[in-house]
Design a protein around this ligand. Sequence first.
Ligand SMILES: Nc1ncnc2c1ncn2[C@@H]1O[C@H](COP(=O)(O)OP(=O)(O)OP(=O)(O)O)[C@@H](O)[C@H]1O
Ligand SMILES: [Mg+2]
Length: 169
Amino acid sequence: MNDNEVYPVRATRTFPGVPQECGAARAWAKTIVQAFPEISDAVELVTSELFANAVRHTASGIPGGEVEVAVTMTGDRPECIRLEVTDQGRRPDRPWSVPHARMPSEDSQGGRGLFIASALSREWGRFPVTGSGAHHLPGQAHDRPGSMITWAEFPVHQIERDLELAGAS
Ligand SMILES: Nc1ncnc2c1ncn2[C@@H]1O[C@H](COP(=O)(O)OP(=O)(O)OP(=O)(O)O)[C@@H](O)[C@H]1O
Ligand SMILES: [Mg+2]
């Protein structure tokens, strides 16, 4: 690879949309970023929260549903690693919702997932999957209304040219 080359390096894996797979998704993401110890715990935790949200709040969590997890680093943004979790959109049995961080009351036991994600990442956000150039679960962009990519970016000290995401292509 020469110095002028911009190299998007992306690792993706699709998991069944069941809570028991959360640990596998978390462990996979941590392994992918193993060359970046300064962010690996944060990536692991945020993967866990975003995966759990996809399963809990979207059609990814109905039987046969899936969640795609992707980790990317790019030469044009060498200062960060990006995590993306793609869900399968609105559940027919739930009101419509979008990922939104909130500050739960002190005695509330839940509702901190995205608050945690925002605290552990440089920036987070979400955007709808459109199918035009967006990454999405194959063949499902259009028949899954509300499908969303929730992403978080993690600052890394420096991406050396010879450091790679494990298992990325
Ligand atoms: N992928 C998603 N698609 C649609 N709505 C989402 C998604 N992720 C989160 N949300 C919405 O954002 C809210 C806040 O998410 P957050 O993870 O902070 O809390 P929670 O999932 O309700 O509780 P906890 O994470 O503590 O179990 C959720 O209650 C849900 O309404
Ligand atoms: Mg949550």
